[in-house]
Design a protein around this ligand. Structure first.
Ligand code: ZN
Length: 371
């Protein structure tokens, strides 16, 4: 494994291979590759040849990819870069570098299903004009002859499915952006996320009843996404108006830059801290995270200096920064920011753990006596 670049945003783990489309890295989750192989195996059968099955599957996969590119290009119009597109078995996920505003999100979200609608309608219209509608009647039976119809129909299914109002699917995003015209964004997200969880529950139930594992799988995916978004919205709701100062850790240990990885390891065991500010006298020289500590322990051994392993461009905020602004900094692998005053003095630390504790406390104090 090469050393990571800090500027580079992290990629979703488990994805392999990268191709660039419109300058955006497209990656494939390993489960997606497994699904392709599986589909090829079950698809080869009676009336369609292996080659046509492969074309069908690849065409649907390309349709999903163009759907994601649709999101990407509209997002780009609003100046939002896409970090990566990852292809999962049940569809693509494009990760924007920032959340679009509600008015932008409406168009970014619509762009994807619209692409599938255009492909589907276009293909079906082309088939109808060439062979007439009677070709459609044989769609129940997949054959080599009705490949174009099936790809067209597949795109219409993709369009309708993505428009289900279940956050984080596109329909849920559209629902949220419309709700956000009247409601605060957090409230809109919360409603769209619970709609997503309700729909995910129903989809999961239907999947179980009919033994449809793909549906069950999608339901799980939507459920997890909706739960995460709901939690993030709750976080923003309950921390609104509070500065970093209100939630930061003020009782913590630091390392000196001349100390060794061994010293750091001992401190890691002795305390409940995962991340340690590294000091050079009175100033902060860097931040040693637990993962950097482990990497240094493996690569350089216990006698190496912490100065060689620490992150010099750690995330820093002022005690007066609003907590809602710090939330995005606390997601990702090393979830710790240092709090420094205007004289560059270290006054506190903020981790995702104590941030969620703060949210829990706020939530509890808002509903105190429900007897
Ligand atoms: Zn989409």
């Amino acid at each position: 494994m090469p050393t990571e670049h800090k500027e580079q945003p992290e990629f979703i783990p488990g994805s392999i291979g990268t191709v660039k489309v419109f300058g955006v890295p497209v990656r494939f989750h390993f489960t997606f590759v497994l699904l392709l192989i599986f589909l090829l195996f079950i698809g080869i059968g009676a009336k369609q040849s292996g080659a046509f099955t492969a074309v069908y599957i690849i065409a649907l996969f390309v349709s999903v990819l163009i759907h994601e590119i649709g999101h990407t290009l509209v997002a780009r119009r609003y100046g939002i870069r896409t970090i990566e597109i990852v292809m999962f078995p049940i569809g693509g996920v494009s990760r924007p570098e920032r959340q679009p505003k509600p008015s932008e999100e409406l168009w970014v979200a619509i762009a994807g299903p619209l692409v599938n609608l255009l492909i589907g309608a276009g293909l079906l219209a082309w088939v109808a004009s060439a062979h007439g509608w009677q070709a459609m009647e044989r769609l129940q039976e997949p054959t080599d002859a009705n490949l174009a119809e099936r790809i067209g129909l597949g795109n219409l299914v993709l369009c309708v499915f993505n428009l289900l109002p279940a956050y984080p699917m596109d329909g849920g995003r559209i629902l949220r952006s419309i709700l956000a015209l009247r409601l605060p964004v957090e409230e809109a997200t919360r409603i769209a996320a619970s709609a997503g969880q309700t729909l995910a529950f129903l989809m999961g139930l239907a999947g179980l009843l009919y033994g449809n594992f793909l549906l069950l799988f999608v339901a799980l995916f939507v459920w997890i996404g909706a739960a995460q978004e709901g939690a993030a919205a709750r976080g923003r709701l309950f921390t609104a108006g509070f500065p970093v100062r209100a939630a930061m850790i003020t009782d913590f240990r630091t390392l000196e830059h001349g100390q060794t990885i061994r010293d750091a390891g001992e401190l890691l065991l002795k305390t409940s801290q995962h991340d340690f500010p590294v000091m050079a006298g009175n100033t902060v020289a860097g931040l040693l995270t637990r993962s950097a500590l482990m990497r240094a322990m493996v690569a350089q051994g216990p006698e190496a200096y912490v100065a060689g392993a620490m992150d010099r461009d750690f995330k820093r905020v002022s005690p007066d920064t609003p907590l809602t602004e710090v939330m995005p900094l606390l997601s990702g692998q090393d979830r710790c920011v240092l709090v420094m005053d205007e004289d560059e003095h270290l006054v506190g630390m903020l981790t995702s753990e104590n941030f969620s504790e703060f949210v829990l406390l706020r939530q509890a104090s808002m509903h105190p006596h429900t007897a």
